[in-house]
Every structure is written in structure tokens, then in C-alpha cells.
Design a protein around this ligand. Sequence first.
Ligand SMILES: NC(=O)c1ccc[n+]([C@@H]2O[C@H](COP(=O)([O-])OP(=O)(O)OC[C@H]3O[C@@H](n4cnc5c(N)ncnc54)[C@H](O)[C@@H]3O)[C@@H](O)[C@H]2O)c1
Length: 414
Amino acid sequence: MSIVKDMSLAPSGRRKIGWVRDFMPALGGIEARFEKEKPFAGLRVAVSVHLEAKTANLGYVLSKGGAEVHLTGSNPLSTQDDVAAGLADLGVETFGVHGVSAEEYERLLIETIKFKPHLIVDDGGDLVHLLGGKCADLAENLFGGCEETTTGILRLKAREREGILPCAMMAVNDAKAKHYYDNKYGTGQSVWDAIMHTTNLVVAGKTVVVAGYGWCGKGVAMRASGMGADVIVCEVDPFKALDATMNGFRVMPMDEAARYGDVFVTVTGCKDVITPKHFEVMKNNAILTNAGHFDCEVDVAGLAKMAVRREVRRENIEGFTLSDGRVLNVIGEGRLVNLAAGNGHPAEIMDMSFAVQALALEWLVKHRDGLEKKLYQVPAEIDDQIGRVKLAAMGLSIDTLTPEQEAYLNGWKA
Ligand SMILES: NC(=O)c1ccc[n+]([C@@H]2O[C@H](COP(=O)([O-])OP(=O)(O)OC[C@H]3O[C@@H](n4cnc5c(N)ncnc54)[C@H](O)[C@@H]3O)[C@@H](O)[C@H]2O)c1
């Protein structure tokens, strides 16, 4: 039985799910086929992805494909209670309550996998962590899964090196149809959407420090710059730093950038990126946010220790007053800002990411017998197919290589 905050919120959740479904045509096409072909008939699928409307749509589509779906969130602050209720109302077993403690969050994850899934959809590796560890007894049917994000894939690679993957896993994040759009344009837009509506402040003219110039960081920096901010990039990779310079951004270490920033966005997937030595030199009223998967990029606990006072200043903004009177503002407890204080990526973007999820799961089912406990890349045909469907849905067409051009590109004689 579903565990949600309040089933009376279902009508609002169903409206949100209905809205995004209108803007997810690639997944919609897959749903229509799944409904006929039922590729997941007889299979149990556990999903742990930020529990908001687009994820609910993915869960619903998998259930239309014949799967018994159990779905939970992947961060207690990103779960939307009305969407959880709406999804439960649509007949998908849902286990998610906004803002629960770490212990309760884990209990909900465990509730989600108690039905011993055959397949999982993970976002950041929480399901794999449980099924490959303290809940290994629930993994007896498990034969495959998909991982949504960069941080989760780093962990899967580490597990693969140690030979402790609980099943075959697909690196969904590494598909072109995923990270080129979701990480760059999705994070680029939704991070600013969340920061702007949460703070109700202007971006133009501010100095924005972006830590990490990977796929996500590029999007965040590009959109900040587009809105008139002065962008500083902090990196550890010389080529990413050079790339940022070539794109017109200032590059410097965080130790230096800390003094200049009005708004900070960490998106490295690393830990301890902004720490007490940085808080010491920051401007009064600086705004601190994180968009990386885990809340270990900004040392909020360290800031709390330094603070003489801590208070809620607006919804989702906590102010920490330091002994010299400066206030530093943290949005969404330092958890990924676009989900903890926003609605996540735009529906059209998640359409592509979740189309990859749906087709990658189907691929795992088709190849079930030959699977090994290793990390698989999403087959190029799936990537290509989603790119073409998306272009068509946007009313765009592109050129096609002639046989002569193909031969020219693949040969060496001409
Ligand atoms: N908020 C979202 O909606 C969202 C969406 C997709 C991915 N993510 C998460 O965002 C994080 C980044 O993802 P990505 O796809 O951009 O990864 P990426 O590997 O493309 O980029 C990360 C960048 O951070 C840099 N970096 C690492 N440690 C650093 C440090 N200590 N200081 C400065 N720079 C450092 C790396 O050199 C790299 O260029 C991951 O945790 C990922 O799971 C979040």
C-alpha cells in the first residue's frame, strides 16, 4: 500500500502530472507502444527518482507497459506530496513524503524494494546501495537497472571495479539524449528558475560563482551570463578551466572567488567545495546554493557551527548570522537547489531523459539472458532514435548523408 502524506492532495498532483504529459511527446510515443506490446508484463520495477510530476509520468508509463511499479523519491526535499498522492491515485504504488528525516527516507526506500524488484531505476545510487548491501536479500529477482545521474554512475564504476555490482546497470546519464540536454539545458534553466523565484532578486549585474564547469556547470554559467551576470568559474580540471576562459568567464580558485560572489552555485559532484575558510571572507548577504547530487558540496554544518544565529528568511532560505554581523543565505539546505526549491527540469527536457530510461529498461528485458553484472552504455540506436523522435516532435528535420558521403566519411581513399 502506498505511503504518502495526504491522499486528498491527489487532484492537484494529477493536474501537475497531466500538464507535463502534454509536453513529453517522446515518452508519450513510447507509452502508446508499451501499452500494446507490454514489454514489462510480469516484471516488478522499483524507481527512486526525484518524486515530482515528470518522474510520476515515467512511473505511469512503465506501469502501462505491464510493469508492477513501486516508486519513491531520491531526496526528501524534492518529493512533492501532491504528486505522490496523484500517482498513487493513478494506481502506481508510491512511497514518498516531503521533508522526512534521513532515517524515514531510508525506510521509504526499503518499502519500495520490499516487493523484490526485477528491475530498478536509480538516481544517485540509493537503491543499488541498499540492494547491494544491507537489503541484499531483496535482490534475489534483480537482473538489471538504470542510473540517471553523473554521481550515481561514478559510484557504479567504483562498485564495478570492486566486483560488487548487484546487477547489470545502464549508464543512462552517459547517453547523448540525456546529458547533452538534461545536465546542460535542464540544470541551466531550472537552477536559475529556483534561485530567482526563491529569492525574488535580480541576476543581472551580480557576480555569480559557478564551481564545476562540467555538463551542468556549463549550462548554469551560460544562463547566468545570458541574464547579465558576471560569471566566475572554479574548476580542478585544466581543460574545463580553459574552456570556461574561452567562453568569456573569469577562472580562479574558490579561495579567491569566495570574496567576490553574490551568488554561489556548486555543481561538481565532489565534496567540501565551499567550506568555513570561504565563509570567513564572503560578502554580507551572499547566497549559497548547490546543484550537485548530494548536499556535501557546501559545508552547511560548518556554517551552522560558525553562526551566532540561524533563522528562516523566506521559504527555503535560511540565514546564518556570523559573529561580525554578516549574514550568509543558504537555499534549500544545500541540497540540489532546482529540486529542493524548485520543480526540477522542464518537462520537454525530462521527456528525453525518461525516454532513455524507458527504452534502456526495455533493452535490459530483451537481453536479460546474456546480461553480466557490469555497467552498460545505452546502445547508440536508442540514443539516435530518441534524438530523431524529439526533432520530429519539435517540427524540425535535418539532412541525411548520401551513400557517397557515408563512404567518404568512413573511407580513406578519397
Ligand atoms: N541539479 C540537477 O538537476 C542535476 C542534473 C544532472 C546532474 N546533476 C549532478 O550534478 C553534478 C555534476 O554533474 P555533471 O554532469 O556536470 O558532471 P561533470 O563530470 O560533467 O562535471 C563536474 C565538473 O566538476 C569539476 N570538479 C570536480 N571536483 C571539483 C572541485 N572540488 N572544485 C571545482 N570543480 C570540481 C570536474 O572537473 C568537472 O568538470 C553531479 O553530482 C550530478 O549527479 C544534477
